[in-house]
Design a protein around this ligand. Structure first.
Ligand code: IVH
Length: 491
């Protein structure tokens, strides 16, 4: 398989071989994604790859491979055998304000009139499910699968908050929405998994996918459901439908900072998209875009749907906050208080417009929990001002050339012992470590060249509280120095 960066560029698909390689990569990524939420590609790379495949197929329609992911729900990765009552469609994507504008113009041309109103809502980054209710009682939950048939995951329903076992009215309906791990649920899930010796989830979506399909786990992980549609509640505009779902007891995005809003002009739509995008890092759940829907039922019905997606809704995708890159090394830095913190050195990767070269790894126990190795392909997460962090290795992508991460045997700054009794390792000198190291360095031949001021003396000075930092060297008195052990008058 070629590297994602080369594959992602449409220019790379200049030959039938490059196209076939790209299709194979995309099929493999889609299969992994829909099986357990993992993927050897980041979302941005997958989207770019599919666009490159589409561009090639538009130029060479006679060469289109049957397994190509284009035009298929779930990229053709079919999972599950329970037929859906009504197909579970996907959404077309737009990647800029201009693409959104031309999509909206296309819809209005098809309708022959302006869209009556829009509904703008978060694109929740989880897994689509259909939840069937008979007389108000939950009877079956299905994954989307290939859009026509899904997998029965009713066993997981109890752990899904916001998906009530009983609605407030005895209706026969099917809720449609997204199941995800909120940020808090994700962190809790990884703590629980660590306690049970399981590898942490790479990111919330793969955690949600794995949790929904898992059976017989010795621990419970809670998830959250957000409804964004339904089958069996006719005659309602989209905003009205969301209100009705909330009345029936389903959780919706209403009440969150990114609540669905009705917008009457495309300018309002654009402003609301920007507002939701700006809120993204502060939301308690992950979003990978903003969905724009024609609100009026009449507009939806007249626009209809294609085989893969409705014509009345579109996803304005946001840049992925998770990217895959390579772990090149680990640096160990000693902080002011003597904490020895590992830092990942990464093959530079652009995440949401920022080049990321370093990421936090928390502590040695965390490295072991995640089972990281030098040379691994890793998922890196970056959002807003948050320090980028390495989430997990892509174990299936290993080549055998990966190397274990060497943990320091002595303090990398002052060379003294390390206290490993806590999760966060610390130089036994604590705050003194920095002082000792900086004094030894400053006294060195190429700096101040202070004869007789080496490691042992520096330790004595710090321990005697005569010197806390470099500046104190200049105000030391002869009397103070004479108080130190093995320090006497020159004869
Ligand atoms: S509407 C017929 N609304 O995004 C309408 N989908 O990439 C189809 N998604 O399969 C879906 N948030 O799993 C809709 N507010 C939202 C959504 C949403 C997330 C997911 C859904 C869909 C996928 C398409």
């Amino acid at each position: 398989m070629k590297d994602a960066a080369t594959m992602a560029s449409p220019a790379a698909l200049a030959s039938p071989d490059a196209y076939a390689d790209a299709v194979a990569t995309a099929v493999r990524a889609a299969a992994a994604y829909y099986a357990d939420g993992s993927t050897p590609l980041g979302d941005d790379e997958y989207d770019a790859l599919v666009r490159a495949i589409e561009a090639y197929e538009a130029e060479h329609p006679q060469q289109v491979l049957p397994e190509s992911p284009t035009g298929k729900v779930a990229g053709g990765a079919a999972v599950g055998d329970v037929p859906h009552s009504v197909p579970m469609l996907s959404l077309d994507n737009v990647f800029s304000a201009e693409e959104l504008e031309s999509w909206a113009a296309g819809l209005e041309r098809r309708l022959g009139r302006p869209v009556a109103a829009w509904c703008v809502e978060p694109k929740l980054d989880g897994l689509a499910v259909a939840a069937r209710y008979r007389a108000g009682r939950l009877t079956q939950v299905l994954t989307r699968g290939d859009g026509f048939a899904g997998e029965d995951i009713t066993h997981a329903a109890d752990a899904v908050l916001g998906l009530p076992g009983r609605l407030t009215e005895p209706v026969d309906i099917e809720l449609r929405g997204e199941v995800l791990l909120t940020q808090e649920q994700f962190e809790h899930a990884n703590a629980v998994r660590s306690e049970h010796g399981a590898t942490p989830f790479a990111h919330p979506r793969s955690g949600a996918a794995g949790t929904l399909r898992a059976k017989d786990r010795p621990y419970r992980i809670e998830l959250t459901f957000f409804a964004y549609g339904a089958v069996g509640l006719p005659g309602l505009d989209h905003g009205e439908l969301l209100d009705r779902l909330a009345v029936l007891g389903a959780n919706t995005a209403a009440g969150t900072a990114a609540d669905p809003r009705r917008c009457t002009t495309l300018d309002d739509v654009r402003r609301r998209i920007d507002a939701i995008a700006a809120l993204r890092d502060a939301l308690p759940f992950g979003i990978d875009g903003v969905v724009v829907k024609a609100d009026a039922l009449a507009d939806q019905e007249e626009a209809g749907s294609g085989s893969r997606a409705p014509r009345w809704a579109v996803a304005r995708k946001l840049q992925a906050q998770h990217k895959v890159t390579r772990l090149l090394g680990v640096e160990w830095n000693v902080g002011r208080t003597g904490i020895i913190a590992p830092r990942a050195v990464l093959e530079p990767v652009v995440i949401d417009g920022v080049t990321v070269t370093y990421a936090t790894l928390h502590n040695p126990a965390d490295i072991e929990r995640r089972g990281l190795m030098i040379g691994d392909q890793v998922f890196v997460y970056r959002a807003g001002d948050v320090i980028p962090r390495v989430e997990a290795p892509l174990v299936d992508e290993r080549t055998g050339a990966e190397q274990p991460i060497a943990f320091p045997q002595a303090c990398p700054r002052c060379g003294d012992a390390i206290d490993t009794s806590e999760q966060r390792w610390r130089c036994v000198r604590g705050r003194g470590c920095q002082a000792v190291a900086s004094i030894v360095y400053a006294a060195g031949r190429d700096q101040l060249d202070i004869e007789g001021l080496g490691g042992t003396r520096a330790v004595q000075l710090v321990e005697a509280r005569l010197v806390a930092d470099l500046a104190d060297l200049f105000t030391l008195t002869r009397e103070q120095l004479l108080t130190l052990e093995r320090m006497g008058e020159c004869r």
